[in-house]
Design a protein around this ligand. Sequence first.
Ligand code: BGC
Length: 312
Amino acid sequence: MQRYIGIDLGGTNIKGALVSETGKILKQRSVPTHTEAGAEAVTKTIAAMICALAEGESVSGVGMGCPGTVDDQEGTVVYACNLGWVHYDVRTALRELTGYSVRLVNDANAAALAEAAVGAAKGAQSAVVVTLGTGVGGGVVLNGKLLTGFTGAASELGHMTIVADGEPCACGQKGCFETYASATALIRMTREAMARHPQSALHRIAAENGGVDGRTAFLARQVGDAAGGEVVRQYIHYLAIGVGNIVNIFFPEVVALSGGIANQGENLLAPLREEAAQREYGAAYSKKHPRILCCTLGNDAGVIGAALFAKD
Ligand code: BGC
C-alpha cells in the first residue's frame, strides 16, 4: 500500500497528513500559519511538518494545496492574495529543505478532488466544491478530473463578482463572492451588526466564546436575537447568489460546501437551497436539480486531496 503526504496550506493553519493511496489518514499534524513572517518562514514550517510526517515511513509522493493560482509545472505559487505570495518558487525551497519534489494544487481544488473521490460527492459524475474559509475557494470535478482552465487557474469561484462595486476584496477587485461569503465576511457582518445593536445577544455570545467568529450570529439567531437573525439572513442571501451562479454555469450533480460555516448543517442548507432553487434557470420545468450539500471530510479534505493529487 503506497503512502503519500498531503499538505493543506491555509491562511490560518498549515495542516499535513500521511495518507494511504485510498485516501485514509494515517498520521496528522496542524500548526498555525504565521503569514506575517513571510514566505520563507512559512516554507520552513511546512518542511518541518513534511519531515515529521515522513519519519520512519516510505513516502511515494508529497502534494500541497495552496490558496491562489499555482503552477505545478513550474513549481510556483503564482499569486495568492491572502498569503501575499507572488511568483514564489516553493517547490525549489521545499526540495532543498526536505528532499521531496512537492506537487502543487490549488487548496480548494484539492478539497474538491477529495470530496469527489471519498467524500460528499463520491459517485457523482460532476461536482463543485465551495470552500468557505478565510477566503472562498472553488473546485470543479468532472468525471473524476479537475477542471483546470487554460492556465490552471480555473474555478476561482470566490472572485466572481456578486455585488457591482461592492466591498473591496484582497484581490484588488470589489464585490467578489469571497467578500460576502467567506468566514471573514461573516465575521465582518457580525461585527457591523454588533456596532449597530449594542443590546443584541451577539455581544454576550461573542464574549462567552472568546470573541466573534463564524458561529456567533448563528448562535444569536438560535436564542431569538433579531440582529443575529438578520446577519444570518444576509449572509445566506449572498451565499445563495453565488451558489445560484455556480448552478447556472455548471449544472453539476452536486454542489458541496465546506469550511467551519458548513458545520451549521441544515440551519444553513435549508434556507440556502430555497433561495438557490429560485435562481436555478428553468427549475420549475426540470425534473433533475443539482443537490446542494455539506462536505463530509471536514478539515481533512485539503490534506487528503493534496495527497491524492500527488498520487496522480
Ligand atoms: C483564493 C483561492 C483559494 C481560496 C481559499 C481565495 O482567495 O483566490 O485560490 O482557493 O481563497 O483559500
